[in-house]
Design a protein around this ligand. Sequence first.
Ligand code: HEM
Length: 181
Amino acid sequence: MATPSRPSPYQPSLLRLLHGASAALLTLAWLSGLVVYSRQDGRWGRLPWQLAGDWIDIHGTIGVLLWPLALLFGYYALTLGRPRLRHPTNAVALVALALAVGSGKLMQEDWLRQGQLSHPVYAIHLLAWLLIPAVLVAHLVGVIRRGGMPLAASMVSSTLRANDGPRHWPRQLLRPWRLGR
Ligand code: HEM
């Protein structure tokens, strides 16, 4: 007798959008941060090549775009997505994102231009930058251990249920306040 197949996991479209856009911008911020570190700091090594351009500006612009998105994603994760934060590998991903964005917001762009490398906020920002790859690997391992490739793929899938389109998003966002029934 054939065993009944489990339904494929489905992630709400708003979660997929916020999660995907935050992950993409976080990756760009991480990479541009590496270039900034190599050019302006380099105490523990430098990239073997030099890239032209104002990378502090580029990194800052990515940070400015990431900030409101991370705020919205954080809101989603802490309200509608709260049950998923029981999984430590989801929770640490959110903490690393918050640490990176929060400390970045407190950084002043002149610090690195003027060679001021001893600000505690900069140390926290560097720590967040170091944590992100480790946390990302742990997050992906956690997702795959829990639900295999079908769960990982569900976060990047483009499937849309009839009651989960963009016009349902405002109601979904208000649901935690019991305003969006
Ligand atoms: C790059 C940075 C990433 C960050 C900061 C991040 C963060 C998070 C957070 C905070 C959650 C919980 C969301 C909630 O509570 O509603 C989550 C869930 C999830 N993420 Fe990521 N994520 C990242 C990358 C990825 C990647 C590359 C994948 C692979 C496709 C992925 C797959 C998933 C899946 C499948 C879930 C749902 C897991 C579950 O139901 O427990 N994530 N992520």
